[in-house]
Design a protein around this ligand. Sequence first.
Ligand code: A3P
Length: 286
Amino acid sequence: MYKKIITLLERWLVKIYKKLEDVILELRHQLYFMDFEERESDIFIVTYLKSGTTWMQVILHNLVTEGNMDFNHIYDVSPWPKNQSFLGEPVEKINSLPEPRIIKSHDDYAFFNKEMKGKIIYVFRDGKDVAVSLYHHHKNYKDPDITFDENFEEFFTKEKAVMNWFKFNKEWLENKKDLPVLYVTYEQLKNDLDKTLERIARYLNLNLTEEIINRVKTHASFEYMKTHESKFGLVPPVEEKKVYNEFIRKGKSGEGKVYMNAQQDEFFEKKYAEYIKPFINKFESK
Ligand code: A3P
């Protein structure tokens, strides 16, 4: 009996501890943004997790700068403010970056306000493939025992989860505040990079040359990014966490269909029709 009580108490305290940790990180995030100097030239890459964020960071770095890949980590040239705030880095570091800044974000729609400065590129990826990529991410980095089903349940089925894939994407696609957003898909980047680069260039008023296109194709290729993975992989926030070395993992489309069982597939299709399908014309916008 005594052991049972102690076990329950321990579990309960761990839960509270984790919740408190989240609250502290959220406060840090808010404090960080109070000193963040917004600029008209800012380009935000907003995505749900595992949707091609890093890929788009490398593409934009090569489109808007001379594409020098001699950095230690992509965050040196394309920061992720939320991560930086969690790590306690000074906001001056991001404020002093040259224009245009390429800023990564996995923030939900509510985080951005109507009066924001800058432009947003939203990268959307097939949800079934995100489910697989996210599963591997969590398995390799956070929880070696997690199963695909548990991970699916947490991020796709649970309505109330902050990072519910359907809800997160729907709000961004709906864009009720009419924020300046260009919608690009992971699959468009894979299947028609040339056309997608043209859309991005038009949106950002950039001049595309043969040289720039070739530079993007070289530096943002899966092979290049895999070879130089340490420049792109996750930086563990605390020492005891292992360095994540599968950040650039497979880069394939269609894996989701293999992992999902019939019930998950049926659930996904139903939700997709309701949450995502009404907005897919946005992926074709000029
Ligand atoms: P997989 O796990 O399916 O391989 P994010 O940067 O948003 O975390 O997304 C990571 C996903 O994008 C991973 O998917 C990763 O392999 C893939 N990715 C990264 N660079 C890529 C590239 N150049 N081409 C294709 N996929 C890429």
